[in-house]
Design a protein around this ligand. Structure first.
Ligand SMILES: Nc1ncnc2c1ncn2[C@@H]1O[C@H](COP(=O)(O)OP(=O)(O)OP(=O)(O)O)[C@@H](O)[C@H]1O
Ligand SMILES: [Mg+2]
Length: 264
């Protein structure tokens, strides 16, 4: 059975792609057959996976193939990290009009028998952010502990409640603080407030702002493989929590019939 984790937030630059890559690394390390899907036309995950900043400048052999019934076999590639990935295309906005088509396209991934699929979503709240949430088991929302970060969170919570839960009642929402400046007392206060309001939806470990994260990713490694400092272990702890499913081996993915039953 496949577990699908979508990393999605309406705010840019908060660490979605970095966390998606780390999730895929941990899943791969633990022996799970793992696919990272890059749905962002900027192709940041594709760059990390391949080392090639121009790789997404094509339409063929990309994630867009999911929308094309004529393509029988996806161009799944092996990343520098070791897990498989399905690369982005700079033309991904061509599929931004039809939500149902996007949901169906992503459901085709079921045929590939992965244990874990991590989807890196674009920062804009459109079809390519909503469709993954309709089929995922978990939404991971990285935020920064500042006024802008928390403003964006309101949009995420409204989207979850109004647009997603009626169709995918099982979607588990997890929020984590990234890029924390450990010396900032303002950020500390924001985190305390977030804990009060979000309860267990907010992950306990906080990810601090460390240059080592960039270097590790550029070297095709998770940060826990390149540093012995505690923040490396914090990244691993976050990923372990985000990849743990109460029903490992059970029945967490909702299919369309299941969704209808929930609605009825
Ligand atoms: N904890 C961290 N410490 C230091 N740098 C980080 C950390 N997390 C992410 N970064 C860096 O911040 C930048 C933005 O991260 P990333 O690309 O993962 O964000 P994103 O939310 O996917 O952005 P976008 O909205 O553009 O897709 C990258 O250069 C990344 O290496
Ligand atoms: Mg990104």
């Amino acid at each position: 059975m496949t577990h699908i984790v979508a990393v999605a937030n309406q705010k840019g630059g908060v660490g979605k792609t970095s966390i998606a890559a780390h999730l895929a690394c941990l899943s791969h390390e633990t022996g799970k057959n793992t696919l990272l899907v890059d749905l962002d036309q900027q192709g940041s995950a594709t760059l990390l996976c391949s080392g090639d900043g121009n790789k997404h400048r094509t339409r063929t052999g990309t994630v867009l193939d999911l929308w094309d019934d004529a393509v029988e076999k996806l161009n799944i590639q092996e990343s520098l990290f070791g897990f498989d990935y399905l690369q982005a295309s700079e033309e991904l906005d061509a599929v931004d009009d039809e939500l149902e088509d996007a949901r169906k396209a992503l459901l085709r991934l079921d045929d590939y028998g992965y244990d874990t699929i991590v989807i890196d979503c674009p920062p804009a709240p459109g079809v390519r952010q909503l469709a993954p949430l309709l089929i995922a088991d978990r939404q991971v929302v990285p935020i920064t502990a500042d006024a802008l970060g928390t403003q964006g969170l309101v949009g995420v919570l409204v989207q979850h409640q109004k647009l997603i839960l009626p169709h995918n009642a099982g979607l588990d929402l997890r929020i984590l603080v990234n890029l924390h400046k450990a010396t900032s007392s303002t950020q500390k206060a924001v985190i305390e407030q977030l804990r009060e309001h979000l309860g267990e939806k907010l992950l306990n470990p906080i990810l601090t702002d460390r240059e080592a994260v960039k270097y590790a990713l550029r070297a095709g490694k998770p940060v826990w493989a390149t540093t012995k400092e505690p923040f490396g272990e914090a990244w691993r702890a976050v990923c372990e929590e985000l990849l743990s499913f109460s029903d490992d081996g059970g029945e967490e993915v909702e299919d369309v019939e299941g969704m209808e039953e929930v609605e009825a």
